[in-house]
Ligand binder design. Structure first.
Ligand code: GYE
Length: 329
């Protein structure tokens, strides 16, 4: 375990937050003593998914007896880079982070490597020159999520795909520009959709994974475009904004317009049950326990698998929706 500089943990915690409690109700704080020190840079609190991801990490660290320096970057990459540099200065045992966007990490990860601190990338992927600058990745497979969304639409519209019927017009609300989930979901979706000329993506804009932007974009889409058949939204937060905008126009979501969304927040499952959404693809935020196990392995000098993808389900209309357990986010 690295010898820690004399910088007091309290001094380091200024600007770092430690939240304990699982997804949902905050739980009584469990005092953390000893154990490795993990520096974690989280991107923010932009969605219920993200808030659950943070709470899963906080609760798992407490349960594992890991000292957690937790930083919320408030959606700014430069804040993440500053936090990672602080972790290096404090000589934490392991650094883990969610890269808000895929690019721009080479220098700070080189600094971590030079300091002998292993780095675990979580949730979102990075594009860097030297893949050896980080130990491994754990998160969801965004490309697979995009494919699942498209595969649902192929089944849903199979009758129209064989005829020379009018095109199936798709509106896409994508996630944060430059982020791996936005890139991956768009890529996987198009890999399937592009096989069928009847599918036409007539609009694609980033709603930044935010409910407010989903609402704004949908309002302008409904003013500018007609004959929309499908909305593919990269996350449930934006979808909830879409539903707000659609209902203002007396359009019936889920019947007048087919809606496919990703995350599987409780609110999206509830909308699926109400018939306002047609397909919800799970993106599991509860990776805290697995992250802690990997951090402890890295702190002990072990190697880990390069890419660890978390299992995910697809919930769609016609399934037995009563069997879906409470989502917790
Ligand atoms: O889909 C969204 C969150 O990085 C996969 O970020 C995550 C995405 C998730 O804001 O709700």
């Amino acid at each position: 375990m690295a010898v820690k500089k004399s910088v007091g943990l309290a001094a380091l915690l200024i600007g770092f937050m430690v939240i304990t409690g699982g997804c949902g109700k905050p739980k009584k704080e469990t005092p953390v003593t000893g154990g490795i020190i993990l520096g974690f840079s989280q991107i923010g609190a932009e969605s219920a998914w993200r808030r659950c991801n943070s709470q899963s990490i906080q609760e798992a660290a407490a349960a594992a007896g890991i000292q957690l320096l937790f930083s919320n970057a408030e959606q700014k990459q430069e804040n993440q880079i500053k936090a990672i540099r602080s972790f290096i200065a404090y000589q934490v045992d392991v650094i883990a982070f969610v890269p808000i966007v895929a690019d721009g990490w080479d220098n700070v990860l080189q600094e971590a490597k030079d300091a002998g601190i292993p780095v675990l990338v979580t949730d979102r992927k990075i594009d860097i020159e030297d893949e050896n600058l980080y130990a491994g990745f754990i998160g969801t497979d965004s490309v697979s999520e995009g494919r699942s969304a498209a595969e649902f639409l192929v089944k849903k519209f199979e009758d129209r795909l064989t005829s020379q019927d009018k095109p199936i017009r798709i509106v896409e609300l994508s996630g944060t520009t430059g982020s791996s989930p936005a890139r991956g979901r768009a890529q996987g979706f198009r890999e399937i959709i592009d096989q069928y000329p009847q599918f036409q993506i007539i609009y694609s804009e980033s709603g930044d994974f935010l409910r407010s932007k989903g609402y704004e974009l949908m309002r302008s889409v409904l003013k500018e475009l007609q004959d929309i058949d499908v909305i593919f939204s990269h996350n449930d937060g934006m979808t909830l904004g879409v539903l707000d905008a659609i209902k203002e126009k007396n359009i019936n979501p889920g019947t007048d317009i087919v809606i496919v969304t990703i995350d599987a927040e409780q609110a999206a499952i509830d909308a699926l049950i109400r018939g306002e959404v047609n397909c919800v693809i799970e993106c599991n935020p509860k990776t805290g326990p697995a992250i802690m196990q990997l951090a402890q392995k890295l702190a002990g000098g072990d190697t880990i698998d390069r890419f660890i993808h978390v299992e995910e389900a697809v919930f769609s209309e016609g399934d037995d929706l009563s069997s879906i357990p409470p989502r917790g986010y």
